[in-house]
Structures are given as structure tokens and as C-alpha cells.
Design a protein. Sequence first.
Length: 121
Amino acid sequence: MAGLWTLRFGLFGCRDDETQGGILHVEGNRMAGGDSQLIFHGEFAIDGPTTLTASLQVVRHGGGLDYRGVFGPLAPLFRLEVAAEAIGPDLFEGRIGRTGVPALRVVMRRFEAITERSRIV
């Protein structure tokens, strides 16, 4: 699981070019990442051979007071719950949930494994 991952997320049924994107750093049981509006971090677990679950704290850093993203009206801090299934060793697909708004589709693809060269010192 360790590595840099790309994220694509959007409403279920939307075309791939209608999704939004971000980046995710995964190491140990922690993940952290973000996009142009949000920073998220938290812990994850692999349940059974293929199911990933995560609970993420989200901090909004972009947009004005009236910004409305795919997660609905955004408070400065909120939580997301993620459940995804491994499609292969470098690909997960699933859903992101937030209380009070419809679940979103998420696709995670490993972009690069973590190497000694990629570690931040």
C-alpha cells in the first residue's frame, strides 16, 4: 500500500472527465493528501484480503465562504468515511461518505511506490 496515489472522485454515474482529483500519500496505517480545496488525513485498515476502510479528517483551505464542492457546503473541518475494494495491487474503487450528502465514487491508483529517494527527511 505504501506510495503516492492519485484520487479521482465524483458523483456515481458521472463520466470520468467530470470527476475531481487529488493526491494521497500512504505509509504504515496512515494516509494524507489533498487537492486545490481540501487537505485530508487519517488512518486506514485493510479488512480481509481486499477491503480498504478509512476515516479521514478534512480541512478546507480553499474557496470562499459560499464554496460548494462535491461534498456539499463545507465547514472548515469535517470527516469522511471511505470504503473501497482492491481491483488489483495498484487500484482501488469504492465510495466516500459524509453525513447528510450522497456518497461519492472514488478511484485510487498507485502512482509511485515509496523509495528511499522519495522519502521526505
